[in-house]
Ligand binder design. Structure first.
Ligand code: BMX
Ligand code: CA
Length: 305
């Protein structure tokens, strides 16, 4: 039976909404995940979060304390007000939503909101690969590319709440490709999951493939186009990271997300590109996989509460 103080952590991404109960010590239980509704806009996504939160809260026993609910979501978030300031096409209709107020009223509990890259950074910094470090760049490569920047042990949100929007670093390799934010030539348009899947479909002519894991499997079985696509995306991302590392000079870069989970087929070319383009001092930066995996944004979101 659960005892003590718990918070609900929610991770709202372009593909799925994940939810869990998180203890003060960072333990997770009652994890659920549902696909992010594709039709119905912000209302449908809100309803899905509400249903998951109610389900997860129902797992709490009497005598336990629910301190609140924290959400990490794609999009630029004013975390002090819990308002989504802007969002890319990965979450249509999400921009302008007073998420903390809307959901707090529906659930009757306190709700806190931040960007999903920021919640991943909070979780990994406290309980994962960034423990004990002061200056760290956190990145997540999945449906989109996001991130969070910790300097002097503190998450930096920037002058307009956009610090760590790593997916929107310009990349020459993506110059003709439209990014989810509507501009062209951003690293997310070359190295996120859907970008590499599109690339594979175009280069192989096999339009039946719509999952990057299939491409990774094929690369493992000797499909050269598949391997080249993963290496291309990974090295584009590694170069973008190198630019950030040269400027910020962090102790470590921590990379998580579904695409990074593919393993060496993505990791090796990413690391090679990063080391190749970094200055002598910053080239010694530690490159670490996220330790908490898909739990990191949930833990970080719960920490908001
Ligand atoms: C997009 C942007 C970022 C987000 C990143 C990763 C939106 C909706 N998303 O660049 O804010 O951090 O994707 O998102 O504006 P994920 O869905 O892959 O977790
Ligand atoms: Ca961020």
């Amino acid at each position: 039976m659960l005892t003590g103080r718990w918070a609900i952590g929610v991770d709202v991404g372009g593909t799925k909404i994940a939810t869990a109960l998180v203890s003060e010590g960072g333990e997770l239980t009652a994890r659920t995940a549902v696909p992010t509704p594709v039709a119905g806009g912000a209302r449908a996504v809100l309803a899905a979060i509400e249903a998951q939160a109610r389900h997860v809260a129902g797992q709490l026993a009497t005598g336990t304390v629910l301190v609140g609910l924290g959400i990490g979501t794609g999009g630029v978030v004013d975390h002090s007000r819990g308002v989504v300031l802007s969002a890319t096409d990965l979450l249509p209709g999400w921009a302008g939503l007073a998420l903390a107020d809307e959901l707090g009223q529906r659930l009757g509990t306190r709700v806190y909101v931040d960007n999903d890259g920021n919640t991943l950074a909070l979780g990994e910094h406290r309980f994962g690969a960034g423990r004990g470090l002061r200056d760290v760049i956190y990145a997540t490569v999945g449906t989109g590319i996001g991130g969070g920047i910790v300097l002097g042990g503190r998450l930096r949100r920037g002058a307009s709440h956009s610090a760590g929007e790593l997916g929107h670093v310009p990349a020459p390799q993506a110059v003709c490709r439209r990014c989810s934010c509507g501009r062209t030539g951003h690293v997310e348009a070359a190295a996120a999951g859907p970008a590499m899947t599109d690339d594979y479909r175009r280069r192989s002519g096999d339009m039946t493939v719509c999952d990057l894991r299939v491409i990774a499997e094929r690369a493992g079985e000797g499909d050269e186009v598949a391997a080249a696509v993963l290496a291309g995306g990974a090295s584009t991302f590694g170069q973008a990271l190198a630019g950030l590392v040269n400027v910020v000079d962090p102790e470590a870069v921590v990379v998580g997300g579904g695409v990074a989970d593919i393993g060496q087929l993505f990791w090796a070319p990413m690391e090679e590109a990063l080391r190749e383009s970094t200055l002598p001092g910053p080239s010694r930066v530690q490159l670490k996989p996220a330790l908490l995996g898909t739990a990191a944004p949930l833990v970080g979101a719960a920490m908001l509460a």
